[in-house]
Design a protein around this ligand. Structure first.
Ligand code: ZN
Length: 409
């Protein structure tokens, strides 16, 4: 259609695409809104909003619902909301000791999710891909028959080359040069685009879109599990670096007398604030995993003085690394995710003590350190955002992208 139009036609087609995208993005992020709210938020005219909402409804991407009367005279204004149960993406997560798959509806609601524990022994990639594919089948089998899948987003605790979804290295999973995107494509029999990215980058994306840093432009997200990763939003944009690998903050050197890290260097931040460091400080087996961490959290909640002292030391090291990052990046908000979110109440005081003495006063005054609002779901929700990108950019192409959920059965 575009080819047959002249320059003016092409321009108006691009304007229409951008306006459709503006409406769909607004509803996707803000939830149900009246047409008047959409006029205010997008700056488009009332008649344009009406026509665009009609077009998105034709594409099955949004629905208009009338809320019950609030008692004021006249008909209540209809609300426009994303049609979550008709439009989903599959979000996947590959961690050191578990894999997860979720169906996330347009609008960001987590409709179904399933997580499977796995041993920490480094498993070959094809086993992980098979697990993900099996979980994806379980999820799609439970979706309504009229539901369409638009894509797959994968969060991986490692360095991922976005151009071809190649996991270059995932030290804690034991992967080198794993072509995750193409392996998943072969295993899944679901002909939709697959995109993979680093789990902490995706956590940062989710927290900045719909979590603890929603709407903020300068955000540092730090997530700890076995490894420690980070994502930086600067001036409203994700900081990616020349190769797309920026944010490997788990490997900033913080302790010249420290331990050997899995990356091969000494004294990385990860060796002082990761899961193993906390367990070591609490005199638990460092490879005790989630069960041991649960014990530690229960001890801390009971007020166990030994564990609380260990938390204080953990917080000191978190604060030391954060101070360096805050001085460099000047974020307005630091979001602590994963394990760091779970131990937040026990470490925040020592973090503040370190920031107080190590961060330049003008920078320190503007920064807030907050726990993740999305918790363990942050990377999955970020993976979903990645998978939604094509449709949020060009909603009119929805019917070309949508694949029946039961196509993979
Ligand atoms: Zn390291």
């Amino acid at each position: 259609m575009i080819n047959r139009t002249g320059p003016d036609g092409l321009r108006s087609e691009l304007v229409r695409q951008s306006n459709l995208a503006a409406i769909l993005n607004t509803v996707h992020l803000a939830g149900a809104l009246s047409r008047s709210d959409l006029v205010l938020r997008t700056g488009l005219s009332r008649s344009a909003v009406g026509a665009l909402v009609g077009e998105l409804a034709e594409l099955d991407l949004v629905v208009e619902t009338r809320s019950p009367s609030d008692g004021t005279p006249g008909r209540p204004s209809p609300n426009v909301k994303a049609h979550a149960t008709r439009n989903v993406v599959l979000a996947m997560e590959v961690l050191v000791d578990s894999v997860a798959v979720a169906a996330v509806g347009l609008g960001g609601s987590l409709l179904l999710s399933v997580r499977s524990d796995r041993p920490r022994a480094h498993l070959p990639a094809h086993r992980t891909v098979q697990d993900l594919s099996d979980l994806a089948r379980q999820i799609t089998a439970r979706l309504p028959a009229d539901c369409g899948v638009f894509g797959v987003g994968v969060a991986v605790a490692g360095l991922v080359r976005r151009t071809d979804n190649m996991v270059l290295v995932a030290p804690n999973i034991g992967w080198h040069d794993v072509p995750l995107g193409s392996l998943l494509g072969e295993a899944m029999h679901l002909d939709v685009p697959i995109s993979a990215s680093n789990d902490a980058d995706l956590g940062a994306l989710a927290e900045s879109r719909r979590g603890a840093a929603a709407g903020l432009d300068d955000v540092l997200y730090v997530s700890g599990e076995v490894g420690v990763g980070g994502g930086v939003i600067s001036g409203g944009r994700a900081m990616s670096g020349s190769g797309g690998f920026a944010g490997e903050i788990g490997h900033i050197p913080v302790n010249t007398d420290g331990l050997l890290c899995k990356c091969g260097a000494m004294g990385c931040w990860e060796t002082e604030i990761g899961e193993e460091a906390l367990l070591r400080r609490c005199s638990k087996p460092p490879d005790g995993g989630r069960a041991a961490i649960q014990d530690v959290l229960e001890d801390a909640a009971r007020g166990d003085r030994y564990v609380l002292q260990a938390m204080k030391e953990q917080g000191r090291w978190i604060g030391i690394g954060l101070a360096g990052l805050v001085n460099v990046l000047d974020p307005s908000t630091v979001v602590l995710g994963g394990l760091l979110e779970r131990i937040y109440p026990y470490v925040i005081e020592s973090i503040h003590d370190e920031l107080q003495v190590r961060v330049m006063p003008a920078i320190r005054e503007g920064v807030h350190v907050v726990p993740s609002a999305l918790g363990v779901d942050a990377p999955l929700l970020g993976a979903a955002e990645l998978a939604w990108e094509p449709i949020l950019t060009d909603p009119a192409a929805a019917n070309r992208w949508r694949v029946a959920a039961n196509a993979s059965q």
